[in-house]
Design a protein around this ligand. Structure first.
Ligand SMILES: [Zn+2]
Ligand SMILES: [Zn+2]
Length: 88
């Protein structure tokens, strides 16, 4: 399983849900399961990504609700999600 650590936003791969962060040394951190469908918050403002698409030409991307920061466009949602999540 992959888990997203609330303290520093790292993604770790372990069998059991982590209860503390090795990097931060913080306990009782907020941990969420990270799946293919998980969308990270906006790296600029922490806002929520909004799905955008131009179906006519088959372009898909995500755009931040708050600051309008966008991921690169991709050919499908899976790729667009990846681009959004990997953006720093
Ligand atoms: Zn941490
Ligand atoms: Zn934003």
């Amino acid at each position: 399983m992959k888990y997203l650590l609330g303290c520093c936003g790292r993604i770790v791969e372990t069998d059991n849900m982590p209860v503390w962060c090795i990097r931060c040394g913080e306990h009782r951190i907020k941990v969420t399961e990270f799946t293919e469908d998980t969308m990270l918050p906006c790296p600029f403002c922490g806002g929520h990504p909004q799905a955008e698409a131009m179906n006519t030409i088959g372009l898909y991307w995500y755009e931040c609700d708050d600051c309008g920061g966008a991921s690169g466009s991709a050919d499908d949602w899976v790729e667009a999600r990846k681009k959004w999540n990997e953006r720093k």
